[in-house]
Design a protein around this ligand. Structure first.
Ligand code: NAD
Length: 321
């Protein structure tokens, strides 16, 4: 069995490697050769923690396994990350445990890859202004990956806690693009692409604030009850997602679906666009919205790539198991 500690992940995978791995697994999901198993998520009644598993199997790559993870709100005072993830991969031919990997950085990279893929396939070609809503841990990864998808020249950003916006200003500076903190009216009026990556339980961005032709990647809503944009905005958009079942139950589309503003059948798997089975955006005036809910197969895809890289670089730690 191979062990890849959290500290080794950064040296093994680039954002581009993750983009390729996630693009392939989204395509396999749409071909129905890869599927996610039901998600388990429980409040364990200890340390205020939420704990669960995301798992699946990709019959094309033979990636089989799970990500065990959760949220421990008391970790910050112990100097630890609140979100804790570990990925387990199994040999699809024998069921033996093949690898255990730290999953924290992998989670950020695979989540950023998902929204970047949506920008590649769904944003207008002439998109030049990127809007960011949210400035927490995931946001810097989101921004870096998004900036590679179009020749963006400016970032406009808003966060519920404005003091956190420095994180995004720094990334924009490193990437050589302009940065401005703005209110949500200006953000919607100026951005061609908007990423939302907050832990909010009520909408920040309203339908009236968004222009025709905008592409939105809503990445923060991954739990029942969370919400980043007004349900009417979801209803006004052509909605794409990683997995339709999650989109309407725990994703950004849950509220529009519950109110009957959007039909499940109208939501398109992003993999269908990658495969060429769906045209994606069909007009410059169309609002497209990617509901990135986060699926176990994403974790298995980037973890598999990390294991291959560890073996190729001769840094894989092998133990008898
Ligand atoms: P974080 O705790 O580091 O940051 C939280 C962000 O939400 C901050 O910008 C904060 O200011 C903002 N926020 C908090 N309360 C708010 C409110 N009431 N209204 C508006 N904004 C508010 O979290 P993170 O690690 O950056 O994760 C952000 C979100 O992304 C979380 O909801 C997390 O569960 C989700 N997430 C999704 C995926 C996926 O695959 N889709 C993967 C990882 C994380």
């Amino acid at each position: 069995m191979i062990i890849v500690p959290e500290s080794a992940i950064a040296g093994l995978l680039t954002a581009d490697d993750c983009f390729t791995a996630i693009e392939q697994v989204f395509a396999a999901m749409a071909r129905k050769t890869a599927y996610n198993f039901p998600v388990i998520r429980e409040a364990i009644g200890h340390a205020d923690a939420l704990y669960g598993f995301k798992s699946g199997f990709d019959r094309e790559s033979l990636a089989l396994g799970l990500k065990s993870g959760g949220f421990w709100p008391g970790n910050a005072v112990k100097g630890l990350t609140n979100h804790q993830s570990t990925v387990f991969l199994f040999d699809a031919d024998t069921g033996r445990c093949r690898a255990v990997l730290g999953g924290n950085l992998l989670t950020a990279l695979r989540t950023a890859a998902a929204s970047a893929i949506s920008i590649k396939y769904l944003a207008r070609r002439d998109a030049r202004v990127l809007g960011m809503i949210g400035a927490g841990h995931q946001s810097a990864f989101q921004l870096r990956a998004a900036l590679k998808q179009r020749p963006f020249d400016r970032v406009v950003a808003w966060n519920y806690h404005p003091d956190m916006l420095d994180r995004l200003a720094q990334v924009a500076q490193e990437c050589g693009v302009g940065f401005e903190a703005v209110d949500l009216d200006r953000l919607g009026a100026e951005a061609d692409v908007i990423i939302t990556i907050t832990s909010s339980f009520s909408p920040s961005l309203m339908a009236a604030q968004v222009r025709p032709g905008t592409h939105l990647a809503c990445m923060g809503t991954d739990t029942k009850g969370k919400q980043e944009v007004e349900a009417e905005l979801v209803a006004a958009a052509t909605v794409f997602t990683d997995e339709v079942a999650q989109s309407i139950s725990i994703g950004e589309a849950q509220h529009a679906a519950a109110r009957g503003l959007i039909a499940e059948a109208a939501i398109v798997e992003i993999g269908a666009v990658i495969n060429g089975a769906h045209p994606g955006r069909t007009a410059d005036s169309e609002i497209t919205l990617f509901d990135g809910t986060g699926v176990g197969l994403q974790d298995l895809a980037v973890a598999s790539a990390a294991v291959e890289a560890a073996i190729a670089k001769g840094v894989a730690v092998e133990v008898d198991f």
